[in-house]
Write a protein that binds this ligand. Structure first.
Ligand code: PHE
Length: 450
């Protein structure tokens, strides 16, 4: 490894980058609708508990391994192994992780491209470029390829600039902007007729709905995706963190901010849906549940904006800028996972590695865009439903069983004096060894059966 390995310049740089990775499309379209259709405030509470009991320990496993090894996920997992078997397995898990990160990016770039298209559409309209605006609003192959290419180009450009000048600098610029747009939109939407009914559905707890174990398990899957777990992104960000900082505290901050922003996103999305309903837009699907996912983002909300005249144009620009920003700070972390492996294991230059890996991933995006029907859903479930939890399990096993307890404790003590007397150290080692692996196995088993 080179001795001038880059680092984040401060803990805030790390925090904004890690929260930027965590806060993405998952927060804006996964969480709010799941909450609204599954018991409202009760689901929000359950999610908070799950995030802390399960996702946080797994996140800590990644941070500890990353900062201890000061290396990319492949080298790190290979390095902590003490036997030939655990070293080889570690290497294989690392490769599986970066392949998963790359596949997630290949479909994420497509969806993020749609965000760019929906941002460009009202923009072109404001600039009186009516035919461009019309073209951007139409779901066509060429449009989808072009906007995904623009998104991937931005991602490659930021990652090519490096940890401080690229990832940290852009996360520090974009994340405050994201928060400002989000809060502005919430205030506006909550003042519209219909919004209060949405707030009611979102927040009033219905604990009866929480007894379904399948629901809790799907909330866990959502938490894993939302916290970017398992694919080596938090591991690599942890490896760029100074030894002066406390890992348990920063881990709590990342978890709280991710959950907090998911919750806040719900204050925008669900009331907006009810405002849309007030404007005559259908917000329930055929099965009687709230419309979620792509139809929510690309049909329900645009019909709302479309019915609001000039204000709608402004809202639509702000909303799709928000989504694009959220996606971009996540996609750079996905690309950094494989790029860091290439740079540290082959000595290829960063800018070149970013271009080569980014182009290869874009080639997969092209394949998916051209065969949307079988490929898109297949890759989404393969990566997020199965690979992410399995990888999370492997990382817990490496932090809990493969690394020595003393190595782990020493790494945690750096930057957090007295951690051995904290509640964290009383609970976490047990959690990461037994509880997390058992619960993850349960979820995966469940989704295999389903
Ligand atoms: N956490 C991101 C989101 O919520 C997705 C992500 C998954 C990012 C895996 C990095 C790695 O959209």
């Amino acid at each position: 490894m080179s001795d001038k390995r880059e680092q984040f310049s401060s803990k805030f740089g790390f925090l904004l980058a890690a929260v930027g990775s965590a806060v993405g499309l998952g927060n804006f379209w996964g969480f709010p609708t799941q909450a609204a259709s599954n018991g409202g405030g009760a689901f929000v509470l359950a999610y908070l508990v799950l995030a802390f009991l399960l996702a946080y320990p797994a996140l800590m496993a990644e941070l500890v391994i990353g900062r201890y090894a000061r290396a990319n996920v492949v080298t790190a997992l290979e390095g902590v192994g003490q036997t030939v078997f655990s070293r080889r397995l570690g290497k294989a898990v690392g490769i599986y992780g970066v392949l998963t990160a790359s596949l997630i990016l290949s479909f994420y770039a497509i969806v993020s491209g749609w965000m760019i298209a929906h941002f460009g559409q009202p923009l072109a309209q404001v600039l009186s470029l009516h035919s461009v605006s019309h073209w951007l609003g139409q779901d066509g192959l060429l449009r989808n390829l072009l906007v995904a290419l623009i998104f991937m180009g931005l991602t490659i450009w930021i990652v090519a600039r490096g940890v401080q000048a690229g990832i940290e600098a852009w996360s520090t610029r974009l994340m405050p902007l994201l928060l400002a747009i989000l809060l502005g939109l919430i205030i506006y939407v909550l003042l519209q007729p219909g919004a209060m009914a949405g707030l009611h559905t979102y927040l009033v707890p219905d604990f009866d709905q929480l007894t379904d174990p399948a629901l809790l398990l799907s909330a866990m899957g959502q938490a894993f995706f939302s916290l970017s777990l398992g694919v080596g992104t938090l591991l690599i960000y942890g490896s760029y963190l100074s030894k002066k900082e406390s890992l348990p505290r920063l881990g709590v901050a990342v978890t709280l901010l991710d959950v907090g922003i998911a919750f806040t996103a719900g204050l925008l999305i669900i009331p907006a849906m009810y405002v849309a309903q007030h404007h005559g837009v259908m917000i329930y699907g055929d099965d009687g549940s709230l419309i979620a996912g792509p139809r929510l983002i690309f049909q329900v909300l645009p019909s709302l904006f479309g019915s609001m005249g000039v204000a709608g144009v402004g809202l639509s620009l702000a909303f799709f800028a928000l989504m694009t920003i959220a996606a971009l700070t996540s996609s750079i972390s996905m690309l950094e996972a494989p790029v860091s492996v290439i740079i540290e294991r082959t000595r290829m230059q960063r800018s070149r590695a970013a271009l080569v890996v980014g182009t290869a991933i874009f080639a997969i995006s092209v394949l998916i865009v051209s065969n949307m029907n079988p490929l898109f859903d297949f890759i989404v479930s393969l990566t997020t439903k199965y690979s992410q939890p399995i990888l999370g399990l492997a990382l817990c096993v490496y932090a809990g069983w493969v690394m020595h307890r003393n190595q782990v404790l020493k790494e945690l003590q750096t930057g957090h004096l007295g951690v051995e007397h904290s509640l964290f150290w009383k609970v976490w080692p047990f959690y990461v060894r037994f509880i997390c692996p058992a619960l993850i196995l349960l979820t995966v088993g469940q989704s295999l059966r389903g």
